[in-house]
Each structure stands twice: as structure tokens, then as C-alpha cells.
Design a protein around this ligand. Structure first.
Ligand code: HEM
Ligand code: HEM
Length: 284
């Protein structure tokens, strides 16, 4: 059994605090902040139609076998590092008060609060749609209970299906807006961490720019959210038909490799005006 991580781990952080804070800050901007902006924009493209969204998801999944390496190296590990250090900062209550003497502490408090909301949100969001790991054993445990619900080759229909009910939509709206605040305000506090805006005037100017940026990303994020939660059963069935046609054509043209695992196991059909859901059974 390992000993509780306390005095030595604590003093390690203290000794290297300057470097750790800067790595933490940098990771929050690149790759995490950049990823979030691209991610929300991609998801917002669903508002223009399921074919548009499907094309974007094909492109994201085009690295094939390399995708897990890119996901872990480029997103999950930086996220884990940023989250662990973030929780440590939030718990120890260590503020950058030296850097912060010109403004009040409210924004730092919200930065921490939204960081903790982001932690809970991202843990369940990735589990809900992506599943964290794509190992067969793991998926066979989580998929029957509604996690790992996103099927990349039936992107829109599986996303909308996963958002059924009121709980997930509410959870996503709060989590997404918390992440947006965290990034927009985080860019402003990062400017202080890196000494980019020091004087009260410079901080006030930067504050306006970060607010405009935050409102813009919140608008894109809300569009993504609405595109995922608003459609009903009829749209799911229509999306499904478009996706299946795109799949056949894309495999035939060699644009994407055949991969049944990336397709949804649930199907919907419009029969006599009624939308009927069918559970697909794999055959040899
Ligand atoms: C996963 C859960 C997360 C936790 C627990 C967390 C926690 C924190 C905390 C506590 C801070 C304040 C640091 C301080 O007071 O000096 C912070 C700053 C920051 N976070 Fe996060 N965060 C998380 C996710 C994210 C994500 C997803 C992004 C990007 C979209 C992000 C971007 C930033 C930025 C840009 C800063 C400002 C860094 C600075 O002031 O130098 N964080 N985070
Ligand atoms: C309305 C809001 C959102 C929607 C509709 C949404 C949708 C999705 C979908 C469909 C996936 C699965 C992608 C795949 O497996 O190929 C995913 C994964 C992911 N999302 Fe979101 N997302 C939203 C908000 C956010 C926010 C605010 C963040 C914060 C950074 C975020 C971070 C992630 C991460 C880290 C993954 C796993 C990596 C990946 O698969 O690309 N999402 N999201």
C-alpha cells in the first residue's frame, strides 16, 4: 500500500511551484483551451445539418489507430495534469495575490469553483459519450448502462439519442457554461501569471477582450448544446438515414475504412408515420 501523498509530495510542489504553475497555466491555454474552442465549433456545426457534422467527425477520426495516442497525449494527459494541479491550488487556497493586488479576488474564487465543476463535468461527459477507453471489455461494461454512447459513424443520431431526457441536457448546459467561464476568465488570469497585463488600465482592457471572447464561445457552445438536445425521434430517424447513406458511399469511395464498431447498435425507422426503435443484433 502506498503512503498518503503528503509532506514530501507537498514540499515537491512548493519547491517547484513557479514552474508547475506555469506549466499548469500553459496547458490550460494550449492544448486545452484551443481544443475546447475547436470542439464546441465542431459540435455547433450540427445546427447546419447532420451531414455537415458527420463530415467533421469523419475527419477527426481519420487518424485511425493513432487516434487514442493523439487523444491521450494531446488531451487526456494534459487535462489530468491541469486538473490535479488545479485541485491542489484550489484546496490549498494559494492565490496569486501578489500578482493580483489591483483587482478583487472574486474572479479567482470563480476560477476555482468553475474548475471543480469542469472536473465533475468532464469526467462524466467523456464517460457518457466517448467512454474514456475503447477496450472491448470496458465497453461491454459501460455501454449497457448508457455510457460510451457516441458512435462516430452515426455521429448526430447517437449524440441526440444520448441526450434524451432532462438530466443530461441540464448537466451539459451548466458544465459547458462553467468551462467557458473557466477558459475566458482563465485567459485573463493567465495574462497576470505571465506578466502580460500588470497595470490596472491594462487589466481593465484585457478584461473587456476576455469578456467578448467568453460571450462568443458561450454562443458557440450554446448552439452546440441546442443542436444536440433539441431534435426529437423523427430527426434521429432522418439523421440515421443520412448517416447510413454517407457511410456506404464513404466506404465505397475509400474515404473511410469499414468499421462496424464505430456504428450505432440502435436503429430507428419511420414506419407508417411512427418512429420505431430497433435494437440491432450482430450476426456472423
Ligand atoms: C478538469 C478540471 C479542471 C480543474 C480542476 C481546473 C482547475 C483550475 C484552477 C483551480 C485554476 C486557477 C489556478 C490559480 O488560481 O492560479 C485554473 C486555471 C486555469 N484553467 Fe483550469 N481546470 C480544469 C479544466 C480546465 C480546462 C478544460 C481548461 C480549458 C478549456 C482550463 C483552462 C484554464 C486556464 C486558461 C487557467 C488560467 C491559468 C492561469 O491563471 O495562469 N482548465 N484551472
Ligand atoms: C454542448 C456541449 C458539448 C457537446 C455536444 C459535446 C460533444 C462531444 C462528443 C460528441 C464527444 C465524443 C467525440 C468522440 O468520441 O469522437 C465529446 C468528447 C469530448 N468532449 Fe465534448 N461536448 C461538449 C462540451 C465539451 C466541453 C465544454 C469540453 C471541455 C473541454 C468538452 C471536452 C471533451 C473531451 C475532452 C472529449 C473526449 C475527447 C474526444 O473524444 O475528442 N466537451 N464531446
Amino acid at each position: 500500500m502506498s503512503a498518503p501523498a503528503s509532506p514530501s509530495a507537498h514540499s515537491f510542489f512548493m519547491r517547484h511551484e513557479f514552474a508547475i504553475r506555469r506549466i499548469h497555466s500553459l496547458l490550460g491555454i494550449v492544448p486545452l483551451g484551443l481544443y475546447m474552442c475547436v470542439h464546441l465549433t465542431t459540435n455547433a456545426s450540427l445546427i447546419s445539418g447532420s451531414d455537415m457534422f458527420q463530415r467533421a467527425v469523419y475527419l477527426i477520426h481519420s487518424p485511425g489507430q493513432l487516434l487514442p495516442v493523439i487523444e491521450w497525449g494531446g488531451i487526456f494527459l494534459p487535462l489530468l495534469f491541469h486538473a490535479i494541479i488545479g485541485v491542489w491550488i484550489a484546496k490549498t487556497g494559494r492565490s496569486n495575490s501578489d500578482h493580483y493586488k489591483f483587482t478583487n479576488n472574486r474572479r479567482y474564487v470563480w476560477q476555482r469553483v468553475t474548475g471543480i465543476i469542469a472536473l465533475v463535468y468532464l469526467f462524466f461527459h467523456v464517460l457518457h459519450l466517448h467512454g474514456w477507453l475503447h477496450a472491448h471489455v470496458w465497453l461491454s461494461v459501460i455501454q449497457p448502462i448508457g455510457f460510451g454512447a457516441f458512435s462516430p459513424y452515426n455521429a448526430a443520431s447517437s449524440l441526440v439519442q444520448a441526450m434524451e431526457g432532462y438530466l443530461w441536457p441540464a448537466f451539459y448546459l451548466v458544465g459547458m457554461l462553467a468551462c467557458v467561464y473557466h477558459l475566458a476568465n482563465g485567459l485573463w488570469t493567465a495574462g497576470i501569471t505571465w506578466g502580460l497585463w500588470i497595470s490596472p488600465n491594462a487589466q481593465a482592457r484585457a478584461s473587456k477582450i476576455c469578456t467578448v471572447f467568453g460571450v462568443l464561445i458561450a454562443f458557440i457552445g450554446t448552439t452546440a448544446w441546442w443542436a444536440a438536445v433539441a431534435p426529437g425521434e423523427k430527426e434521429i430517424a432522418e439523421y440515421r438515414q443520412i448517416e447510413d447513406r454517407m457511410y456506404e458511399a464513404s466506404v465505397e469511395s475509400g474515404w473511410i475504412p469499414e468499421n462496424e464498431e464505430k456504428r450505432s447498435k440502435r436503429d430507428t425507422q419511420i414506419t407508417g408515420g411512427e418512429v420505431v426503435e430497433i435494437e440491432l443484433v450482430e450476426t456472423e
